[in-house]
Write a protein that binds this ligand. Structure first.
Ligand code: S3P
Length: 459
């Protein structure tokens, strides 16, 4: 589906965003290998996380998705299409965990769709099972590097085969006896760290992982709650296996990566004032708040609290005069998924923004450097690709046009925000990919877009 967006005056109102994608995946995975029932509130009902649900169901785990309004009648929804119509906030999931050794061999290959988190984290769990299994995904997944997990998992004793010597999916994983390793991650990647920590649950001895910069630590926080012996000292995480994981009740905070689109929208559109309720503000994820504030954004963090070890708050954002900044070094893992929308903010800012050390963007769902350079250039922005980032000269007037999503949810949503700030109309091609992380994105955007007298801004 293509969508047409006309430049809008402002964003105004109070919204919530769906549950955090990273935390939703982890809740299913740890729930499935815990002993007993894990209950999850505000689970992200989007394609990526439903792919994780599907993989565990194929391995014999009973996972029930219950709509709050229907729970009194006990009606449970199994199908993806039905689920996607729900208000994500009302989704409750029950995972009937069967313990560390309760998974069964699936009778077909596991399919992760577009989800890098599913394939990389699940590979860690599969490495510890005493059955063999094939795991694959869509065309984007089959292009993305898997050597970063398969190599250390092999060092732990797993037998893994795959395309290009194990660097690409489909992967064939024959699990078995694992041994703990001390491993230094070549790139700060929470997916790789989490994959090895999950494998570490099945390994003999203490697993030690050192990361070059601190990446998101949701796995460590959640594992601790499930009773895993895990600790951190500076950038080193240590894990000792335990006989059993304790099931949990988890409420998932709103995803700051989804909130980021509205945050930037509110900054760049005049007369904007929005509040995004209940957003996860784990410091390993708030690089976007820091970067926007450095650009001059008017952002307030309100009503801070802690839920299941994760900091949560409301975020208020008002129209701001932004200026260009330099973004590089340790902030990069804390903002990695928000760099496309940061580039949009930079295009509307006064002065030059330089983004460095972000070569990882080339191996995300799409090559996000090339995609943003192509998209923002079409709008008339001055942007150049560099080896590990981009340089954006902001301040020029942008004009609507026809842009691609590259089948990448975060690119589609970044183009939508650019379109709101541009003159005239924009057509964004193939926006169905927003279902990967945020099925209601356009609905929510329409709700808070205040436009002139000439009809709706989005159709
Ligand atoms: C994620 C980690 C990050 C991020 C991805 C989700 C996770 O990937 O880009 O969207 O849930 O652990 P990398 O670990 O490859 O940096």
């Amino acid at each position: 589906m293509d969508i047409t967006i006309r430049g809008s005056r402002s964003l105004r109102g109070q919204i919530t965003v769906p549950g955090d994608k990273s935390i939703s995946h982890r809740a299913i995975m740890l729930g499935a290998i815990a002993q007993g029932v894990t209950e999850i509130e505000r689970f992200l009902m989007a394609e990526d996380c439903l792919a994780t649900v599907d993989c565990f169901r194929k391995m014999g785990i009973d996972i029930r998705i219950i709509h709050e309004n229907m729970s009194s009648t006990g009606k449970e929804i199994a199908g993806k299409s039905e689920v996607l119509d729900f208000n994500p906030e009302n989704a409750k999931v029950k995972v009937f965990g069967k313990g560390l050794h309760g998974l069964k061999k699936p009778d077909c290959p596991l399919y992760v769709g577009n989800s890098g988190t599913t394939i990389r984290l699940l590979s860690g769990i599969l490495a510890g099972q005493d059955f063999d299994v094939e795991i694959t995904g869509d065309e984007s997944i089959r292009r993305r590097p898997m050597g970063r997990v398969t190599e250390p998992l092999r060092l732990m004793g797993a037998n893994i085969e795959g395309a290009e010597g194990g660097n690409k999916a489909p992967l064939k994983i024959r699990g078995g006896k694992l041994f703990a390793i001390n491993y230094r991650l070549p790139v700060a990647s929470a997916q790789v760290k989490s994959s090895l920590l999950l494998a570490g649950l099945y390994a003999k001895g203490q697993t030690t992982i050192e990361e070059p910069e601190k990446s998101r630590d949701h796995t460590e926080i959640m594992m601790k709650a499930f009773g895993v012996d895990i600790s951190r000292e500076n950038n080193t995480v240590r894990l000792n296996p335990v006989p059993e994981l304790r099931p949990q009740k988890i409420t998932i905070p709103g995803d700051i990566s989804s909130a980021a689109f509205f945050m930037v929208g509110a900054c760049i559109l005049p007369d904007s004032d929005i509040i995004i309720k209940n957003v996860g503000i784990n410091p390993t994820r708030t690089g976007i708040v820091d970067a926007l504030r450095l650009m001059g954004a008017d952002i307030e963090i309100l009503n801070e609290s802690i839920t299941n070890g994760e900091p949560v708050a409301d975020i208020r954002v008002r129209s701001s005069r932004l200026k260009g900044i330099n973004v590089k070094g340790p902030i990069i893992p804390r903002i990695i998924d928000e760099i496309p929308i940061l580039a949009v903010a930079a295009a509307f800012a006064e002065g030059v923004t330089v983004i460095k050390d972000a070569g990882e963007l080339k191996v995300k769902e799409s090559n996000r450097i090339a995609a943003m350079v192509d998209g923002l250039s079409t709008f008339g922005a001055s942007i150049t690709e560099t080896e590990d980032g981009m340089v954006i000269e902001g301040g020029g007037k942008l004009k609507g046009g026809r842009v691609k999503s590259y089948g990448d949810h975060r690119i589609a949503m970044s183009q939508a925000i650019t379109a709101l700030g541009a003159e005239g109309s924009t057509i964004i091609e193939n926006v169905d990919c927003v279902n990967i992380s945020y099925p209601d994105f356009f609905k929510t955007l329409t709700k808070i877009s205040v436009h002139g007298s000439s009809g709706p801004a989005i159709h």
